[in-house]
Write a protein that binds this ligand. Sequence first.
Ligand code: PLP
Ligand code: SF4
Length: 346
Amino acid sequence: MDDSYRRIPLWSNVSPEDWEDWHWQLRNRIYTVDQLRQVIDLTPDEEEACAKKQGRLVMAIPPYWAALMDPKDPNCPIRRQGVPRMEEFNIQPHDMRDPCGEDTDMPVPGLVHRYPDRVLFLVTEQCAMYCRHCTRRRLVGENHGLMSAYEGTFEYLRKHTEVRDVLISGGDPLMMTDVRLGQVLARLREIPHLEFIRIGSRTPVTMPQRVTPEFCAVLKKYKPIWMSLHFCHPKEVSPRVKQAMDMLADSGVPLGSQTVLLSGVNDNPETMKKLMHELLKVRVRPYYIYQCDMAQGITHFRTAVDKGLEIMQSLRGHTSGYAVPTYVVDGPGGGGKIPLSPNYVV
Ligand SMILES: *Cc1c(COP(=O)(O)O)cnc(C)c1O
Ligand code: SF4
């Protein structure tokens, strides 16, 4: 077992059993500047942003993710996705609280029904890590009680026979216990017209310890369950994550990945192509690349659409078709996903 985390003084005495226990990982997430300072050399900007908690998304970094960060380089892609910067407090007039207009398409709290045949079921407001680029930052990290009662959702789904596809998301559904998640899946499986169930989760990437044999058994029990993961950088496909992907794929779970195009993290053709290749190697099919949307406090992550088009151009025809996802922008205010593609007719 890899115990290189022990080089970090904060965790030098942690046993491999604890490190591999996802409850330990959750309990020991980094919330404070003082803890973070023991893992990386903070820049003055990071230091200020971490200390200033009001007005930004919560910081919580699982030890697994923190150990993957470059302690010296503030531009490390792993670090940029987990550690706040003062730029997050920069809110532009055109930024939106609910950039994809999800709140207006909620017939029941926690259920987004925008497309006729498929729904987004937000089951929790918690995540293993809070990504600095999160677009659902209005919902996650705090308990608004929005998703505490699912009965309304089950009832709505029973009545709406046109719905055939349920995407279980949040927050992160893997923050639920296996028992609780199993109960949700069981209830959905009772509804005969729901033929396609998928779980959207970033936890296998930010805290792969969550993927246990027990969790895989739940997915198998209610099969077929698909999973949509969220990968942004090739460095995320670590040996430990590969293990988790193997367990999921060996359990018969089809895996896809959604990637957000992030300035300074993955907005160049080489990084993006490398990520797509790393994903295929661990049996994850690249599904979408998202244009970073208009959520508040993520201006510094946004790129020009041309950048995304250039990346798509570098993929299509230059690598395996399976390594080419669809580039989409989520229409501001609820237009839904709009695919963008370069003009190939040359
Ligand atoms: C993305 C999304 C879905 C699922 O869309 P697919 O293109 O089928 O993956 C469903 N509902 C909402 C509101 C979404 O944003
Ligand atoms: S895991 Fe997803 S929902 Fe949670 S903070 Fe990251 S991007 Fe947002």
